[in-house]
Every structure is written in C-alpha cells, then in structure tokens.
Design a protein around this ligand. Structure first.
Ligand SMILES: CC(=O)N[C@H]1[C@@H](OP(=O)(O)OP(=O)(O)OC[C@H]2O[C@@H](n3ccc(=O)[nH]c3=O)[C@H](O)[C@@H]2O)O[C@H](CO)[C@@H](O)[C@@H]1O
Ligand SMILES: C=C(OP(=O)(O)O)C(=O)O
Length: 416
C-alpha cells in the first residue's frame, strides 16, 4: 500500500504547469467512439482513470495509441460488447459508454459506475434522457441494459443540473433523428469542451455552456484532433495550497476565467492574486479572514474544490462556513482533518470551520478530493511536522505528477 509522506511548513514557490482536465478527458475519450475514423486528443492528463478508460476501449475493440499527453482512438472496428462488471465499476465516467454506444449502435449493456463514493450518486437523469430519446432501459443485476430501434430527438428537462446526464444525453442525441433540446443543462466548461469535440466530429450542437442545449442529430461522425481544456480543479488545488503555505506560485497553462469563483473567494480571504492571460499568480499572506463558501454548479464555487478549501479555511482567523449545495454529505475528509487538530463541525450540508494550527498525523484519503484536502493540510503543518496519507490511489485518479509538482515548488513530499 502506497503512502504519501509530507513534512509540512515549506512555503510553495515557483511555477506549476497544469495538465488537461480529468473530467473533460473522461468524457472526450468515450465521445470519440461516435466517430467512424480516428480521433486524436492532445493535452491528455496522465491519470489512473485514463488508463482504466484505455482498457475499456480496448475491450470494446477500439485501437488506442497513447504516448505522453496524446491519445489516438481508432473506433473503426468498435463493437457494442456488454460490460456488466470489471473496469466499468472502477470509475464514475464509465457511464458515458452508455450514451456513446447507444448513439453508435442503438444498444449498450454497462455496469453501474464506480468513482468516488462519498455518497449515493444516482444516474436517474441519464436514464430519463435515454428513455426520452426512445430507448428501453432496464437494470439487471446492477448493469444497465439500453436498447433503441431508433433514437429520436426529444425535449428533455433535467430535474437536477447534472454534468454527467447533460453530456450523456448530448452523446446519444448526436446520432438521433431530429432535434433534442436539453433544458436545465449543466454549464461546466467540460460540457463546452465535449460539445466542441463533437461538433468537430460532425455533430450539430448549439448552446453548450448555457442552460439550453440544442442537438441536431447526424447520421455519421468522423475523426478530428482536439486539445483538452486545462484542469480547473487541479489548478484550484494548487492555488489553495500556495495560499495555505503562504507561498508565491504561478499556476500556469490555465484559463483564468474558469477560476473566477476560487479567485474571488481567495481574494476575499486576503490572498493576493494576479491574473494573466493563461496563468494566475497566488501570493500568500501572513493572515487570512474567515469567509463563507457555497459550493454550487458552475459558475459557482466547484464542489470538487470544497474539500481542499476546508483545509485552507483552517488557516483563517475566525469561523468560516462551507456549504455544499451539490452533494448532501461530501465531508469524509472532516474526521481526518480533525485528527490533524482541525476544529470542524458538520451540521447538515455545512462544515463550520474555526481557524487553528494543524499538526501532523496518520490520515486516510477516502476519495479523490478528500485526499487533496489532506495533502493541502499536511503542507501547512509547521516546523516539518510529518503527515502520512494513505489511500493514495484515490489521489492518483485526479492529480498527475503531484509529488513531482509539489517537490519542484519546494514542498517536502515523497511516496513510500
Ligand atoms: C467524471 C465527472 O465529470 N465527475 C464530475 C461530475 O460528476 P457527475 O456528473 O456524476 O455529477 P452530477 O453533476 O451528475 O451530480 C450533481 C448532483 O446531481 C445529482 N444527480 C446526478 C445525476 C442524476 O441522474 N441524478 C441525480 O440526482 C447527484 O447526486 C449530485 O447531487 O460532476 C460533479 C459535480 O460537478 C463533480 O463532482 C464530478 O467530479
Ligand atoms: C468526484 C470526482 O470524480 P468522479 O466523479 O470521477 O468520481 C472528482 O473529480 O472530484
């Protein structure tokens, strides 16, 4: 079992270059299966979830060439192989195989997804969308069976704003007959990225990034080349780590507009931030003010940033309130932070955080962003105090080169 060891107290200094977005990559890879000819993705993050997706594509008969940050997917020999078990259960985004295979073949059998299980994460809105497009959907022994004689465009109003359901419906609707309208759609930058790829593959999608997306189905799609947008959650985590260690870091190769909710909140705390064209400089300060943070759908403060933000808020004077309006109970990092001396109480969907000094401890990452929170917390521990984080496999789902990046910024971090 691997562990991350962190000797805290070194201010982060220097430049970190951010890779492509996990949550885009994990949708763009299955989206490529809708084409008849190869799709090349650039700026691909090197993550364990991407490796698992590669294996899924191979099982489906696709050709995959992956070198560094570039992957070429050749879906010309693809088959709709049933995938009730195995790798589909290891990651959340395997649910996109439902929309992609339904669009391409009119059928799919895919096991219920895995991913970070901080609370039950239903996919009823995905299924409602497939059914509205004319598919029959059943759950047999934990695998979703989807079949359609013909997919027909429809008007679909999402009951909850869901990133996954919005993208999954876009995938299937791209190959349906007629026009689909997705109302109350999610507006995350990753949705625009997927729509951009699909349009470059021949789809006709308008309105991605707004709450109404119009998809006019096409009968054929082709390959293209696409560069994945930067990972705004990795970027935000480094911004928070820079502030928490009172460091001075340039977070490079990002889209500063995607970071606005984080930037605004850090400024409100007293962090000095300079925005550049493709980078943000974070200059930490000796003291911070407590703030209230509400995690919301985009363009609000991302729920995926909520856990690392909790660690930063332990460094502010006074009491901060951190409320997650996307998930009811995404607080598995809290008991671990408390082991490190944090003063946090959870009431309902709100964490009440009082500023204090943290000390090193043996802690466990129970999901990806809980892991990121523990790393940030470990970095703040004064005087080289040692934090030992287990559950590293969760962290590897979403942060490539984490140890190398933090070491280059001057942190004392290593794997054991
Ligand atoms: C691979 C990927 O991109 N993962 C991201 C994606 O997850 P994911 O797409 O799974 O998250 P959703 O946007 O769908 O979930 C938002 C909320 O809607 C609820 N819901 C969702 C679908 C559904 O059919 N029914 C339902 O009730 C969920 O339980 C949750 O409370 O967006 C989340 C919210 O920004 C992020 O935390 C995840 O990192
Ligand atoms: C929850 C996350 O990922 P996933 O949806 O892939 O589990 C995340 O990236 O924070």
């Amino acid at each position: 079992m691997q562990k991350l060891m962190i000797a805290g107290g070194s201010p982060l200094r220097g430049t970190v270059t951010i890779s492509g977005a996990k949550n885009s990559a994990l949708a763009l890879i299955p989206a490529a299966l809708l084409a008849e000819t190869p799709v090349t993705l650039d700026n691909l993050p090197v993550l364990s979830d991407v490796s698992i997706y590669r294996e899924l594509l191979v099982d489906l008969g696709a050709g995959v060439e992956w070198q560094g940050d570039q992957m070429t997917i050749d879906p010309s020999a693809l088959k709709s192989v049933p995938m009730p078990n195995g790798n589909v259960k290891k990651l959340r985004a395997s649910y996109y195989l439902m929309g992609a295979l339904l669009g391409r073949f009119g059928e799919a059998v895919i096991g219920l997804p895995g991913g970070c299980n901080f609370e039950p994460r239903p996919i009823d809105q995905h299924i409602k969308g497939f059914e509205a497009l004319g598919a029959r959907v059943s759950n047999e022994y934990g695998a979703i069976h989807i079949q359609a004689k013909e997919l027909r465009g429809a008007k679909i109003y999402l009951d909850v704003v869901s990133v996954g359901a919005t993208i999954n419906i876009m995938l299937a609707a791209s190959r349906a007959k007629g026009v689909t309208l997705i109302e109350n759609a999610a507006k995350e930058p990753e949705i625009i990225d997927v729509a951009t790829l699909l349009n470059n593959m021949g789809a006709r999608i308008k309105g991605a990034g707004t709450e109404t997306i119009r998809v006019e189905g096409v009968s054929e799609m082709h390959g293209c080349r696409h560069s994945i947008i930067p990972d705004r959650i990795q970027a935000g985590t480094y911004m928070i780590a820079a502030a928490a260690t009172r460091g001075d870091v340039i977070v490079d190769n990002i889209i500063p507009k995607h970071m606005e909710a984080v930037t605004a909140k850090l400024r409100e705390m007293g962090v000095q931030i300079t925005e550049m064209d493709e980078a943000i400089r974070v200059l930490g300060q000796p003291g911070y003010q407590a703030v209230d943070v509400k995690a919301l759908v985009y363009p609000g403060f991302a729920t995926d940033m909520q856990s690392p933000m909790a660690s930063l808020l332990t460094q502010a004077s006074g009491t901060s309130l951190l409320t997650d309006y996307v998930y009811n109970n995404r607080f598995k990092h809290v008991p671990e932070l408390v082991r490190m001396g944090a003063k946090i109480k959870v009431e309902g969907r709100t964490a009440i955080i009082e500023g204090t000094h943290l000390s090193g401890a043996k802690v466990k990452a129970t999901d990806l962003r809980a892991g990121a929170a523990l790393v940030v917390a470990g970095l703040t521990v004064p005087g080289g105090g040692l934090t030992e984080v287990t559950g590293v496999e969760y962290i590897d789902r979403g942060y490539d080169n984490l140890v190398e990046n933090l070491s280059l910024l001057g942190a004392q971090v290593w794997r054991e």
